[in-house]
Design a protein around this ligand. Sequence first.
Ligand SMILES: Nc1ncnc2c1ncn2[C@@H]1O[C@H](COP(=O)(O)OP(=O)(O)OP(=O)(O)O)[C@@H](O)[C@H]1O
Ligand SMILES: [Mg+2]
Length: 282
Amino acid sequence: MARVIAISNQKGGVGKTTTAVNLSSCLAKSGQRVLLVDLDPQANAGSGLGVYPDQFEKSIYHVLIAEHPLAAIILPTQVENLSFAPAKQDLAGAELELVTMFGREVRLKEALEPILDSYDFIIIDTPPTLGLMTVNALTAADSVLIPLQSEYYAMEGLSQLVTTTTLIKKRLNPGLEREGILLTMFDKRNNLSSQVEAQIRQHFPDDVFKTVIPRNVRLSEAPSHGMPAILYDKMSTGSQAYWEFSQELLARYQPQKNARAPARSKSMARPLATHSFDHTEI
Ligand SMILES: Nc1ncnc2c1ncn2[C@@H]1O[C@H](COP(=O)(O)OP(=O)(O)OP(=O)(O)O)[C@@H](O)[C@H]1O
Ligand SMILES: [Mg+2]
């Protein structure tokens, strides 16, 4: 049964898609069967994998609006074990079209049900909004992974995300867990990054992944070559960091495979906090 992880933060440009593409690729390279679902009308995850709109006709739009089977839109990728459910820009219209539809928040959850056993991980990339796409992702997910950019105001808006997840837990998905916070675009030459990291770790002592993703130009170049970083430049610091991150995450579910990493079983994963974060402290 797949572990479904939604990557979410309504702040734009914090590394959601970069994390979705590279985490999925690294998990797949580790032998996991992975499906990456693009729920963002910007469709950046497709470019990151080298999958472009002229290569497919039906997309996640048809799954959400017309109840087209999800399995029928899934494409292979250049990474073995990694499949992709693509989006096109028409997905932007789905937000409005879904409003009057029955079961609008559970459309993705229902679409995923028949294929849960075909994958070990299903990773969902979401847009920088808290609209119906993100609500569908959080309703379908077992957990939410929050990329935070290592800069001041990193936690700005986090309280809105927590309010949304709390509401979703209450109304739509009581089992939703917090996978954790991933610090992205860390600049080790800049003291500010370290200060922000220290503050975030202090604020969320148990929720921040040990691995930190550095700012690395190879990570931003890779999508223009249509490749995940691990294929574009395996030895870059960015690729290595995402590899380490994937192993840290995997160790939670396969503790025996990586004895050095601290294990956290599914049942130990903590529920989402119900309080709001005070981002003025950061
Ligand atoms: N660690 C990194 N080092 C350098 N550049 C990065 C890093 N992570 C992401 N980027 C670049 O920063 C930009 C924003 O990243 P990304 O698209 O992953 O963010 P996002 O949260 O998905 O954005 P959006 O909210 O628009 O969906 C992209 O150009 C990406 O290539
Ligand atoms: Mg994105």
